[in-house]
Ligand binder design. Structure first.
Ligand code: ATP
Length: 345
C-alpha cells in the first residue's frame, strides 16, 4: 500500500544535449494504476528505472508515502519491475522462477510451494510448474514473469511494455488479467506503453509524455474531451484543428460562427472536435449545422471514416457505416457539430 510521488524528476544522460526526462511530476495514489504513455524514446523506461533505483536521477525526487527513496538500494524499495522481454531464468522450472523472490527472502520451502501453487492458479498456469521457460509460449512466459513479480507482494509494481511481444488475442487476455490481479491485490502500479488504447483500458490515470516532458496527467476520458494541446489531441487520434477566435460563446473560423459549450475560453486558438463526434445532420438542428462534400470514404469494418470538405476546409468524421450507405464520393450532406463536443485549445 504505497502512495508514489514523483517530484520534478529529471535525467540528462552524460553527453546528451537535451534531458531524456525533464521535470516529471506525478502523484500516484495508493493502489491505483497509472499508465506512462508516449512514443518510443520519450523517456518512459528512464522514468521506471529511476523509480526502481536502477538509474540515478540528475535532479528531482521519488517518494513513497512521503519519504524519499533515492538513497534506498533497489532491493530495499519494495519495487518489482517486469520488462517486455520477461527475463525468466532459463535453467529453473516455472515453479522455481515464480518462487525465486521468496527463496531469496529465506521463506520456508513448504510455504514457498504453497504460495507458488496459489500464484500459478491466479495466472491460470496451474499445471505448468515443472516446465522450463523454453517450453512455454510467449504469453505463458509473460504470465510466469507476472506471477514472479506479484508473489513477493511488492509495494510498487512497474510494468515496462509487458504486452508488446504478444499477439492481439493474448494482449487482450493479459490486459484483463493484469487489471484484475492489480485491483485484487491493491498494488500501486505504473505501466509503460506506447499504445493509447492499452493505456485507456488499463489505467486509472494516464500520463502522456512527449519528448521527455509530461503533457497531461488525467483520467483517460479527459484526453478525448479536453486535450491540453494539439500534440496531445493528435496522440489520441484527434484530426480536426481549425484556427479562429473565440469570444467565450462562439468560435469564428473558416467553418463559420459555431456555438461553443458553456465555460469556453476566449481568444485566438484552434477549435477541435473528435471525428466520432461529427454527426450526420437531419437538417433540423438549430445551430452548428454545416454542409459538407464527401472527398473520401474509408470503410474500416465497424466504422467508416469520411474526409469531408466544409467551406474549403478538410474535416474528418467517423460514422456508423449504415448511416452513409446511400452516399458516395462527391455527394453533399448536412453535418452537425454538437456544441458540447467542441473544445478550444
Ligand atoms: P521505448 O518505448 O523505445 O522503450 P522510452 O520512452 O522508454 O522508449 P527511454 O528508453 O527512456 O525511452 O529513452 C529516452 C531517451 O534517452 C532516448 O532518446 C534514448 O536514446 C536516451 N537514452 C536511454 N538510455 C540511455 C543511456 N544509457 N545513455 C544515453 N542515452 C540514453
Amino acid at each position: 500500500m504505497t502512495h508514489v510521488s514523483i517530484k520534478e524528476l529529471t535525467k540528462v544522460y552524460p553527453g546528451a544535449e537535451a534531458p531524456a526526462l525533464d521535470r516529471l511530476s506525478l502523484e500516484i495514489p495508493t493502489g491505483e494504476l497509472t499508465a506512462l504513455l508516449g512514443p518510443s524514446g520519450c523517456g518512459k523506461t528512464t522514468t521506471m528505472k529511476m523509480i526502481a533505483g536502477l538509474l540515478e536521477p540528475t535532479s528531482g525526487d521519488v517518494m513513497f508515502d512521503g519519504r524519499s527513496v533515492l538513497r534506498d538500494k533497489p532491493e530495499n524499495r519494495g519495487v518489482v519491475m517486469v520488462f517486455q522481454n520477461y527475463l525468466l531464468f532459463p535453467y529453473m522450472s516455472v515453479a522455481e522462477n515464480v518462487g525465486f523472490g521468496l527463496k531469496m527472502r529465506k521463506i520456508d520451502p513448504a510455504e514457498i510451494s504453497r504460495r507458488v501453487g496459489e500464484m500459478l492458479e491466479l495466472v491460470k498456469l496451474p499445471h505448468l510448474g515443472d516446465r522450463k521457460p523454453s517450453a512455454l509460449s510467449g504469453g505463458q512466459q509473460q504470465r510466469v514473469a507476472l506471477a514472479r513479480a506479484l508473489i513477493v507482494q511488492p509495494n510498487v509494481l512497474l510494468l515496462d511494455e509487458p504486452l508488446s511481444n504478444l499477439d492481439a488475442h493474448l494482449r487482450f487476455e493479459m490486459r484483463d488479467l493484469i487489471r484484475s490481479l492489480q485491483q485484487e491485490m491493491g498494488i500501486t502500479t505504473i505501466f509503460v506503453t506506447h499504445d493509447q488504447e492499452e493505456a485507456v483500458v488499463l489505467a486509472d490515470r494516464v500520463a502522456l509524455i512527449l519528448d521527455g516532458q509530461m503533457k497531461q496527467y488525467d483520467r483517460a476520458d479527459v484526453f478525448y474531451k479536453r486535450p491540453v494541446d494539439e500534440a496531445t489531441a493528435r496522440f489520441f487520434g484527434g484530426h480536426n484543428f481549425i484556427p479562429g477566435t473565440s469570444d467565450g460563446h462562439s468560435f469564428e473560423c473558416a467553418l463559420g460562427k459555431l456555438a461553443l459549450p458553456a465555460g469556453a475560453v476566449s481568444g485566438t486558438g484552434r477549435l477541435t472536435f473528435r471525428p466520432e463526434n461529427v454527426r450526420i445532420g437531419s437538417g433540423q438542428e438549430q445551430e452548428n449545422l454545416l454542409t459538407a462534400q464527401i472527398a473520401d470514404i474509408i470503410y474500416l469494418g465497424t466504422q467508416t471514416r469520411l474526409k469531408l470538405i466544409v467551406c474549403d476546409t478538410e474535416v474528418e468524421a467517423v460514422v456508423n457505416p449504415n448511416e452513409i450507405e446511400s452516399y458516395g464520393v462527391g455527394d453533399t450532406l448536412p453535418v452537425h457539430l454538437p456544441r458540447t463536443t467542441l473544445w478550444v485549445i
